[in-house]
Unconditional design. Structure first.
Length: 622
């Protein structure tokens, strides 16, 4: 049955598989790191990169990005099969099948099974650890310890499984001593050695970094850099978001985070499965034979779920928060599945007919809607379109992660536009060393001692030797810029184009953009897809602003309307369009546009002030 579940879920995940670079988070970076055997973003994901390279090499079809996506589906399906085997002794067969399929079809698992991310491999190792710890064997315990060491190089959140190891240790590998039973010394040492053996995969990072691979985050070839990569010191440390995570809590914050976690778990499982899981906790802790196991499992789940959400303390109103936290639901859902099984298995003791009714209730209380990603070309096309906008030997200054990672795949996997420089991480010492190694012409022939000094050198020296661009204009402030398709050219050290020629070039570059798919942000539940599509809306809005500054208001309004047709929530487009209406003397129309913008961004004081000015100018009805 475990093989059948693997094949069924694998086919299901493949049916909606993304065929190229996914829009999801860091997928592009992981694809490029696997292809080049490089160092992915912190903490490096050593085992994931190595397994990915093996998988991509052995899979005989598809582009590299698709093969990495398939690997996620493979390990997600393998997790389902292993989870079934791990829980086989707990309940009847059909109860297991229902519970495991609920896990397999949860939104977070489906989303991560269809993109290039490390979370399904981490879930597979966690399920294998559960299977090993269910067996009362010192050998299985040592294998579990080995898998934990390996798993920490896939994702550090597997450390939350430690309570399970503690709860199981007392019942395995024991030696009789009269009437007492104590763990033998050798069974205390061997698992630790196995764990350290698993951790040795981290040695891949300094060994490979010393060879200067094309992808080399943090350059962990030295002990200092290695430690900073593994601890994510340059990437926020324990923070999931360097700016938005806050390590200060109030009682209201704690309550809000716990409510949010409960709501997302309900979205993953449905309220019926949550209720049966809670019943399973009670059943497991009540029975003497399973009390220690259930307590360890519960503590692991608390650490991986609600405690982790509390630690992250992300602002719940930010649209990025659900997207950042979604991958971490995979492990917490995996640990919740045994409790659901235990809760259901206790029902036949009440009434025989209660169990099928409970299973039906659990299935009906769950949302079963999901979307396919087979036609997701947004990241791939965005990267291609952006490269079309850049001239030869251009420097893309401080690009966002989706921009950098998508272009990185095109450059390193498809060998497109290697002349374009992706200028990131220049505020770190290792980033400065990477610039000196890869693009020495960008830097003046003098030592640079700080990130601020380097940034001044980039604009005072480098920008006079290569054309500098950004994919968002605010990154260039206060440096003057002009819109050119999906990018913005910095005017530092560059002779300005005549106004008519600059606007015509921007129009032509936008016109050649390939746009496959649905380009309306409201039609996409996924934050990362909406974010990518939003770049196109921003490009139209900023070109409209250039037209407005040139006094060509009709063309400006046309681009504001085009921007809002892509992203109806773009408050900047309403503001800029309202300013044009205000300048024409249409104060009523301007006030309406400012009001529509405020509806999308109520905290925007600029919009609020503009609306007040328009209302003051608006003629009063007699």
């Amino acid at each position: 049955m475990s093989v059948a579940l693997f094949l069924l879920t694998f086919a299901f995940y493949l049916s909606g598989q993304c065929g190229t670079i996914p829009s999801y988070r860091d997928s592009g970076d992981l694809i490029a790191a696997i292809h080049t055997l490089g160092i992915a973003h912190p903490p490096g994901y050593a085992l994931y990169v190595l397994v990915g390279k093996l998988f991509v090499t052995l899979l005989p079809f598809g582009n590299v990005a698709y093969r990495v996506n398939v690997m996620s589906a493979f390990f997600a399906a393998a997790t389902v099969g292993i989870l079934y085997r791990a829980l086989r002794g707990v309940a009847k067969n059909w109860i297991l099948i229902i519970s495991v399929l609920l896990f397999a079809t949860s939104p977070a698992v489906i989303a991560l099974a269809r993109v290039a991310e490390m979370y399904t491999l981490a879930a597979f190792l966690a399920a294998a650890i559960l299977l090993c710890l269910q067996r009362d064997s010192s050998r299985s315990f040592c294998v579990a310890a080995l898998l934990l060491g390996l798993g920490l190089s896939v994702h550090p959140t597997l450390i939350f499984l430690i309570p399970l190891f503690v709860s199981v240790y007392r019942r395995i590998g024991v030696s009789a001593n009269g009437n007492s039973v104590t763990p033998s010394r050798r069974h205390a040492v061997t698992p630790i050695l196995c764990f350290l053996l698993g951790l040795s995969v981290f040695l891949y990072l300094p060994i490979r970094a010393s060879q200067h691979p094309l992808v080399n985050w943090g350059d962990p070839s030295s002990w200092r850099n290695f430690w900073r990569v593994v601890t994510r010191a340059d990437y926020g440390g324990l923070k999931l978001h360097p700016e938005q995570s806050s390590f200060s809590w109030s009682s209201d914050d704690i309550l809000a985070q716990l409510k949010y976690f409960a709501s997302v778990m309900r979205g993953e499982w449905g309220w019926g499965a949550l209720a049966f899981g809670c019943a399973g906790i009670f059943v497991g802790l009540k029975q003497s034979g399973s009390r220690r196991w259930s307590a360890g499992l519960l503590l692991s789940w608390v650490l991986a779920g609600p405690a982790f959400f509390l630690l992250s303390n992300l602002p719940l109103r930010e649209p990025t928060t659900p997207a950042i936290l979604q991958p971490y639901l995979v492990l917490s859902s995996l640990l919740w599945a045994p409790f659901v099984v235990m809760g259901l298995s206790a029902l036949p003791r009440v009434k025989p007919w209660v169990l099928p009714m409970a299973a039906l209730l659990m299935l009906c209380s769950r949302s079963w809607s999901w979307t396919s990603q087979r036609n997701d070309f947004y990241a791939y096309d965005y990267a291609r379109n952006l490269l079309r906008s850049l001239p030869q030997n251009a420097v893309l200054y401080d690009p966002d992660d989706p921009t950098r990672f998508s272009i990185q795949v095109l450059q390193m996997v498809e060998h497109r536009r290697p002349d374009v420089v992706l200028l990131n991480f220049f505020r770190t010492r290792w980033g400065y060393e990477e610039i000196k190694w890869q693009w020495p012409d960008l830097l003046p022939p003098v030592p640079i001692e700080s990130g601020q000094e380097l940034e001044r050198a980039l604009w005072g020296y480098s920008a006079r030797r290569r054309p500098f661009y950004a994919e968002l204009p605010q990154k260039l402030a206060p440096i003057p810029y002009r819109a050119e398709g999906l990018v913005y050219a910095a005017r530092a050290g560059v002779a300005p184009l005549p106004e008519r020629e600059a606007l015509a070039r921007a129009e032509a570059l936008l016109a050649i953009c390939v746009r496959r798919g649905d380009f309306l942000t409201l039609h996409h539940a996924d934050f990362f897809t909406r974010h990518l599509i939003g770049y196109y809306a921003a490009a139209d809005c900023n070109l409209g602003l250039d037209y407005a500054n040139a006094g060509k208001t009709e063309q400006a309004v046309r681009h504001y309307q085009a921007a809002l047709a892509i992203d109806p929530a773009l408050s900047a487009a309403y503001n800029d369009w309202g300013i044009v209406a205000f300048g024409r003397g249409d104060y009523a129309g301007a006030a309406e546009l400012f009001d529509r913008g405020l509806a999308q961004d109520p905290r925007n004081e600029n919009l609020r002030n503009n609306e007040q000015l328009a209302l003051q100018k608006k003629p009063k009805l007699l």
